[in-house]
Design a protein. Structure first.
Length: 491
């Protein structure tokens, strides 16, 4: 994959600066990921981390907080000794996001670290509430940190990137005054999940799939991302956001694009993202006609009583929608997207339902072939086939051919953040969202939101916590597919 060219004849050092160093994301994801990269020797030799928080803390205190949280959250191996060596690369730095003087102190801290003959790489990571994105980026400019002589400076920015097309455009305009598009790394952690990265391999390295990945052979595609947890402590954020903005605009539409895109010319970042953009451009416009055939919104019972949630809230915690891609490959094939919170299971999978090609009658209706790409919690690929049951009477049975990646690798796949941080250090932006992708996905989700505006409460179906979602889901799908394969599975 294409990387930014860094000159090879100069000595460089990499300093990562995390804004939001005491926050949840840093403790749960970023530090465990950096630690794994460190013990697996993927971090550059001269790597250090400045972790920024607003609280008063010494670096020693901060490092011991990190050890405790990494023990709690890391799903992979950890030993105190190597964590200790790792944490010596980390410095805690107190800074108020809106205090210009603090950025000048940060600039001085970076200057104090300068060494003759060494050019620095700076990776600024915004792991903070989106309310601070613009402010921090502008302060990197006014404090002249951006003017510091360096090999490269990059910005990693977490979601949500805006609340709609208008606010995303405003945010993008502000950060683009300070960083070039090629140096902005917008995170969508779903894209870096192991099995999502595997889709290209599956599609483009297996002739049996490449030739049938189209409307002639595929009846429907179902993208299902379900969660067991409710909104928990994030009620304040979630109530202003809802499942359409929180999950569909980014994760689900990204999964759709990766499943549907044409083979890119190369696997370079821009070739891949160009193909995804073509899919987003081909999405059939979402209008308010026949809405009930295209959209179900749900809210779990008791949601309105969650902390920081409006007691009359009409925020959706579940979305099911039917999307068409108007191009030659997918004309007429429904893509069903389903995501929700507080459901029976936590799962993410893409199900490809092939056309039913049964010619003969074997006593029972044959089922179509189904290909399941299991993203989480299990990782793997299952292909469902019709076979003859052994016996003197011809009878058919559906069987599974199973590649269980999580069994083989003992649930030890790297976390998305390991891959994303490493790629950003290496200048590979393939798995990060380019601005034109965001524009198109926001435009699409904005049109869904405006189609129910004013009458949202009448669309909202209530569903029980721990259930499979509102009962209406079943009839919703039957117009284009046989079942919600995930919800109907008996396997
Ligand atoms: C985040 C959403 O982007 O993804 C959360 O903001 C959601 O609401 C989370 O819970 C799900 O991610 P994962 O990796 O746990 O499936």
């Amino acid at each position: 994959m294409k990387k930014d060219k860094a000159s090879t004849d100069i000595k460089t050092r990499t300093t990562m600066v995390i804004f939001g160093g005491t926050g949840d994301l840093t403790h749960r994801k970023l530090i465990p990921a950096l630690y794994q990269l460190y013990i697996n020797k993927y971090l550059p030799e001269d790597f250090s981390l400045i972790s920024i928080g607003r609280r008063d803390k010494t670096t020693e205190e901060y490092r011991s907080d990190l050890l405790a949280s990494t023990k709690r959250f890391s799903t992979r191996n950890l030993d105190d000794e190597s964590f200790d060596t790792f944490s010596r690369m980390i410095t805690y730095f107190r800074l108020d996001f809106n205090n210009e003087k603090d950025y000048e102190r940060l600039h001085k801290e970076l200057d104090d670290r300068d060494q003759d003959g060494v050019l620095d790489n700076y990776m600024f990571y915004l792991a903070v509430s989106p309310d601070y994105f613009t402010e921090i980026v502008e302060n990197l400019k006014t404090s002249r940190i951006r003017k510091k002589k360096s090999n490269w400076q990059r910005l990693i920015i977490e979601k949500p990137f805006g609340q709609d097309l208008e606010s995303a455009t405003k945010l993008n305009a502000a950060i683009s005054k300070v960083f070039d598009e090629k140096d902005i790394y917008r995170i969508d952690h779903y894209v870096a999940k192991e099995m999502i990265q595997n889709i290209n391999m599956l599609r483009f390295q297996n002739a049996i799939f490449e030739s049938i990945w189209n409307r002639t052979h595929i009846n429907s595609v179902q993208i299902t991302v379900l969660e067991k947890e409710g909104v928990g402590t994030r009620g304040g954020y979630y109530d202003d956001t809802g499942a359409l903005r929180d999950m569909v605009q980014n994760h689900l539409l990204q999964l759709l694009a990766i499943t549907a895109m044409e083979p890119p010319k190369t696997l370079d970042a821009d070739d891949v993202r160009n193909e995804k953009v073509k899919v987003f451009k081909a999405l059939r416009e979402f209008t308010d006609e026949h809405l009930e055939e295209k959209l179900i919104l749900g809210q779990y019972s008791g949601y309105q009583k969650e902390d920081k949630v409006d007691e009359d809230s009409t925020t959706e915690t579940l979305v099911a929608t039917k999307v068409y891609i108007d191009n030659k490959r997918w004309e007429g094939v429904p893509f069903y997207l389903l995501t929700g919170k507080a459901l029976k299971n936590k799962t993410a999978q893409i199900t490809i339902e092939f056309k039913n090609s049964s010619r003969y009658h074997y006593g029972a209706n044959s089922e179509p072939n189904i290909l399941e790409i299991k993203i989480q919690p299990d990782e793997g690929i299952t292909l469902h086939l019709n076979v003859k049951q052994p016996g003197v009477i011809d009878k058919m049975a559906m069987v599974e051919m199973d590649y269980c990646q999580s069994c083989l690798y003992l649930f030890n796949s790297p976390d998305s953040y390991e891959k994303l941080i490493l790629d950003a250090i290496n200048g590979d932006s393939t798995l990060f969202t380019r601005w034109d992708e965001l524009q198109l996905t926001w435009k699409y989700v904005d049109s869904i939101i405006s189609s129910v505006k004013g009458s949202k409460s009448s669309y909202l179906r209530c569903y029980e916590v721990g259930s499979d979602g509102p009962p209406e889901l079943k009839s919703f799908i039957q117009s284009g597919a046989r079942h919600w394969w995930y919800l109907n599975r008996e396997y």
